[in-house]
Design a binder for this molecule. Sequence first.
Ligand code: AAL
Length: 399
Amino acid sequence: MTFKTKLLIQLALTIMFCSCNSNIESHKENEAINQEQIDHLGITNVDSLSAASKRALKWPTDLGNDWFIEFSGLQPLKGDLAYEEGVVRRDPSAMIKENGKYYVWYSKSTGKCDGFGGDVENDKVFPWDRCDIWYATSEDGETWKEEGLAVPRGKKGSYDDRSVFTVEIMKHKDKYYLCYQTVKSPYTVRVKNQVGLAWADSPDGPWAKSEKPILSPADNGVWKGEKQNRHAVIKKGDFDSHKVHDPCIIPYKDKFYLYYKGEQMGEQITFGGRQIRHGVAIADNPLGPYVKSPYNPISNSGHEICVWPYKGGIASLITTDGPEKNTIQWSPDGINFEIMSVLQSVPAHAIGLNRSADSEKDPTEILRWGLSHVYNSWNYQSIMSFTSKRKTTHLAPGE
Ligand code: AAL
């Protein structure tokens, strides 16, 4: 036998061994696939699995449809929260029930906006620029009475002198806490957004305000050049290097979990849309200090924060941006979230949950009805309501 023949035989044996090995592997893999699952997924041949079938086989088998819901279209509110030309009312907080009434807080401003092309020191750049936090009450959740101003912008020179907006409410041990976004003037396209806090003994105030922000963006991105362009960066930094937004504090495991949306310097459009992710910061005391979790970001998608406690963990509705948009997720520890359902669409943005609902009754009970907002135009938004229901069958007419 020549050296060449020996080499060829050795090569053939190696190939045989490898392919036999990979047959064993795939057999082992297939053995682990249970017949019921194959039938459930309607797979024709386990030896010819498409990439999609391989993914489907990795889905959890015990989820069912408990978390699957359908949203209604949005309905206008009555009374003082009905749409009013010239006025912005948006980003409603959750509702809490106090003194026999629902309470809601929201961002309010007046007048049209000018964008970033002009005099950013004096213009109104966004509908949520030059906002204060107002509140309203209702006996039935439909007809609302605007009660007045809750938290105003700060004095000139303070971290919240330009706008206070996108507020959430937490009631804890008979005290009330409002957390909200803040901007310091001038409102440039690169301005960093922070989070402020106010607290009171009654939902009607008076509110005391934190002198400093309770949460700030990560300080590790580097802008490129001086132009007002939030996409031009030398280094993007953490997922929340530009803005910390949509704060919502939940008392959880004897601590306070502040969930928030991060916006990153140099944000890009990915295969799922805008690069938006959520983070959490944890404190021992409602007033802070809040320490960002080393596990951040805790979502890879989403927009406004919509979180609620369920079965010892935290559930989160992920909407609008990213590859996992329109999913409801749940984590056993408030940090490690998994997809529990994928929804057709979520017409309700910036959801204000009904915190008086029995959120333990059903995974999505807290979403049966609540508040949202609508763009009546780019300049003006108003608060609306939504309902949702569980969907467990899909029947043909007369079936
Ligand atoms: C919202 C929120 C934040 C943004 C803007 C106002 O729905 O995500 O609050 O800043 O849009």
